[in-house]
Design a protein around this ligand. Structure first.
Ligand SMILES: Nc1nc2c(c(=O)[nH]1)N[C@H]1C(S)=C(S)[C@@H](COP(=O)(O)OP(=O)(O)OC[C@H]3O[C@@H](n4cnc5c(=O)[nH]c(N)nc54)[C@H](O)[C@@H]3O)O[C@H]1N2
Ligand SMILES: Nc1nc2c(c(=O)[nH]1)N[C@H]1C(S)=C(S)[C@@H](COP(=O)(O)OP(=O)(O)OC[C@H]3O[C@@H](n4cnc5c(=O)[nH]c(N)nc54)[C@H](O)[C@@H]3O)O[C@H]1N2
Ligand code: SF4
Ligand SMILES: [Mo]
Length: 707
């Protein structure tokens, strides 16, 4: 889809890989130069929307710190190497470790960018299979795995996540999400702002439940501050009210649900009065919201990372869909609906309406006995699995597009563990806080040198669509595509180091074409390529019961695994944490830990600041711009104070992904304003035991003025 508009200027269509909104961009180039990056007006899904990160693809492409050749560590120093040398080094060091200690000695960790790149997402499982290790970890257990688990238990598929049908909704209850800044998550919805505005213009209402009056809350009709970690109490108060006030209306779901009576029974103890101290939201407000939800013509409840990164992440995620179901809003226009992706969705294959469902705990982690969930162990178990001697100890690590030293609780402990490994391989585009520990780093391409088709996000989209973009620039000579790297690594580990690099017949385009043909619309890749800005496949449609994959063929309203955790919710009412609580935050000009090296994003005010309510600031003697000390988990760090009425009193907020002052990384722009690592203050022992997700929010912290 490349059009020549003058002799040398060209316009290219490119889907942005930097966040879940998946915007279509127009990249204008002249020879090797990028002239501009804008939102692509012809994109059938994003209609010209772009955020500052999309523009930063130019800086990313041109970043002199971005790796373009493999690096091998020799005598403690990285030296540039050819691909042959790098593969030879891996062949020399990794297979002998497996021969000596078994496959589990290799840990594999995959990070957020993997979800955005077909060349990584579709191919890393082959590497894992070639190794045969059970020690697989990912950023999912810092993020959305509770929602995948609750969806799996209720609907039978790990990826059957219901999303608000915002364009037809009258009422939205949003918990623990800030799509104005994050641009949406487990909800692919470019230009949330415009869509929310349009919803309100037609008389719709938006209520946001968040400890901070976020950008999303400020634009909504109502903001309800909640005690961090208190969502389970609030949501239980709502469900209780629906039953108590006879507001349950299943509508078209009537014949598709199982477990309604069990659900009603277990809700009895959770009256709004009893829940109020746990969530800090009074009983009247809980009842008011429950009624509003029940009475709205078409409503959707949506919760995101703030509801997942808690002790009761799975319970919260379940309750959100229980509310959608009990008000008849699940799977109907204007409610919370299921996307029908054109390719790669497991809820469009197999027998419609019934399946094997999901199970967890098919095996357990060696040290903490944490159950496997969706084929993974919790990433917060990584350090102990490296540190603890014995059979199955991780002595080698393959890290693919992940930066756990900054992104995972107790990052400094992970850094120490990484430096004790016998061998570490990173697939990364930077020499950063994590990859500095590697023995070999294999670089990926610039996103502008890559083809793009999203596997994951069309499964959570506000509308059905199929879009593909080709490479804007040819890859540099001799450079490998990441899927080729992964397949070659698999060859090495299967004793075939001499195998030639895989050709295009094994590449992503062949895979996409196959998946589209097998998909529910019977498309071909050529058809998608030929459509400027992609193919619009229409508004979301009701999919009940065809999308269900539970063994019962019903929506399971009362999964036993989740019900069993309610006793712990009740018990937690007596142990609601006191003192200052720390929550996280995202910034428009940031993307987790790795975009702070891009000048267009790094400019402007300091972003790694501590937001504090004025009352707390006065009580603690904190002043605007001065440093505050934060202490937790035996670590003390300082960050500049930003006094803000938007914070709930008793709660402070610090963004994650900072701390770029570690020796040995090479991020010249980021190092100028490194910020501090929030995750050094969090415990790696705090998890939702059902899903294994880390607790990242509502963590007790001591705050004081720096002397
Ligand atoms: N306290 C706290 N911690 C959090 C969060 C929070 O809210 N609070 N959020 C969590 C969430 S939601 C997530 S998803 C995780 C993210 O955690 P991670 O996935 O570990 O971290 P990222 O910061 O996304 O780092 C991505 C890594 O991939 C590299 N990379 C970028 N592009 C490419 C590419 O094309 N190829 C390859 N091979 N590598 C690439 C980057 O250089 C970087 O090293 O962080 C989590 N950590
Ligand atoms: N600009 C930008 N965009 C991003 C990212 C980024 O780093 N920067 N990261 C991407 C990634 S990996 C992800 S997963 C998504 C996440 O997307 P979102 O889930 O929308 O992300 P956040 O902005 O972290 O929103 C979480 C909200 O939860 C609130 N919160 C904290 N604790 C609690 C609590 O106990 N209860 C409730 N109800 N709320 C709570 C926080 O104040 C915050 O407003 O964003 C993606 N998009
Ligand atoms: S919203 Fe996300 S997908 Fe869209 S331009 Fe920004 S970073 Fe890219
Ligand atoms: Mo994430």
């Amino acid at each position: 889809m490349t059009q020549s508009t003058s002799a040398t200027e060209q316009s290219h269509y490119r889907i942005c890989p930097l966040c879940e909104a998946c915007c279509g961009l127009e990249v204008r180039t002249q020879g090797e130069k990028i002239i501009s990056i804008r939102g692509a007006e012809q994109d059938v899904f994003s209609h010209g929307y772009i955020c500052p990160k999309g523009v930063s693809l130019k800086d990313l492409h041109e970043d002199p710190d971005r790796l373009r050749t493999p690096l091998i560590k020799r005598d403690g120093q990285f030296v540039e190497a050819s691909w042959e040398e790098a593969f030879a080094e891996i062949h020399k060091r990794l297979p002998p470790l497996i021969a000596a200690h078994g496959a589990d000695t290799v840990g594999c960790i995959v990070g957020n960018p993997v979800a955005h790149k077909i060349g990584l997402l579709a191919y890393f499982p082959r590497l894992v299979r070639a190794i045969g290790t059970r020690n697989v970890f990912s950023a999912s257990s810092l993020d959305q795995i509770p929602k995948q688990l609750s969806s799996g238990l209720m609907f039978g598929d790990w990826n059957a996540v219901a999303v608000p049908d915002i364009e037809r909704s009258d009422f939205m209850l949003i918990l623990g999400a800030n799509p104005m800044v994050s641009n949406g998550s487990l909800w692919t919805v470019p230009d949330y702002r415009g869509k929310a505005r349009a919803m309100r213009a037609r008389g719709g209402r938006i209520v946001v439940v968040d400890p901070r009056r976020t950008e999303t809350a400020a634009q909504a009709d109502m903001h309800i501050p909640i005690k961090p970690g208190g969502d389970a109490f609030f949501l239980l108060g709502l469900v209780h009210t629906l039953f108590a006030e006879n507001l349950v209306r299943l509508g078209h779901l009537e014949t598709h649900v199982a477990g309604l009576e069990a659900l009603q029974q277990v809700m009895l103890p959770f009256s709004p009065e009893r829940m109020a101290p746990g969530c800090g939201i009074d009983a009247d407000t809980q009842r008011h919201i429950a009624r509003e939800l029940a009475q709205a013509q078409r409503a959707a409840v949506y919760g995101r990372i703030g509801t997942c990164t808690q002790r009761f992440g799975t319970v919260n995620s379940w309750l959100i869909d229980v509310l959608n179901a009990l008000t008849g809003n699940l799977d109907r226009a204007g409610g919370a609906m299921f996307t029908k992706a054109a390719a790669f969705a497991t809820n469009t294959s197999g027998t419609p309406g019934q399946g094997r469902g999901v199970v967890t705990g098919r095996r357990h982690s060696r040290v903490s006995q944490a159950p496997e969930v969706f084929g993974e162990f919790p990433i917060t178990c990584l350090a102990e699995e490296i540190e603890t001697p014995g059979p199955g100890q991780i002595k080698a690590l393959i890290c693919i597009g992940s930066n756990p030293v900054l992104s995972t609780p107790q990052g400094p402990r992970i850094a120490k563990a990484l430096s004790s490994l016998s061998f570490m391989l990173s697939l990364d585009i930077y020499l950063n806080e994590t990859s500095r520990h590697a023995d070999v780093i294999l670089p990926g391409l610039s996103p502008l040198e890559d083809v793009h088709y999203d596997i994951a996000f069309p499964q959570f989209s506000y509308r059905n669509h199929a879009r593909f973009s080709g490479a804007v620039f040819a890859k540099p000579p001799g450079q490998l595509e990441e899927w080729q790297t992964l397949l070659h690594l698999a060859d090495i580990l299967q004793g075939k180091p001499e195998a030639p690099l895989a050709g295009p017949e094994h590449g992503p385009e062949a895979l996409i074409d196959q998946a589209l043909r097998a998909g529910p619309y019977g498309l071909t890749l050529d058809q998608v390529k030929a459509a400027p800005g992609g193919i619009d496949l229409g508004a979301l449609q009701s999919r009940m019961p065809e999308m269900l994959r539970t063994p019962s063929g019903k929506i399971e309203l009362a999964p036993p695994l989740v019900l069993a955790d309610l006793a712990h919710v009740e018990a937690a009412l007596d142990t609601v944490p006191k003192g200052m609580l720390l929550i996280g935050r995202r910034d428009v000009r940031s993307g987790n830990s790795w975009m702070h090296n891009l000048p267009v994003l790094a400019k402007g005010p300091e972003r790694c600041t501590l937001l504090v309510h004025p009352q707390d600031a006065a009580r603690l003697g904190l002043t605007q711009g001065a440093l505050a000390q934060l202490s937790a988990q035996g670590t003390t760090l300082s960050a500049p104070v930003d006094i803000s009425e938007d914070m709930m009193p008793g709660v402070v907020s610090l963004p994650h992904g900072w701390g770029h002052d570690l020796p040995g990384s090479h991020l010249q722009v980021a190092a100028r304003r490194p910020g501090i690592n929030l995750n050094a203050l969090l415990s790696d022992g705090a998890r939702d035991p059902l899903s294994g997700n880390a607790v990242l929010s509502g963590v007790p912290v001591q705050v004081s003025a720096t002397a």
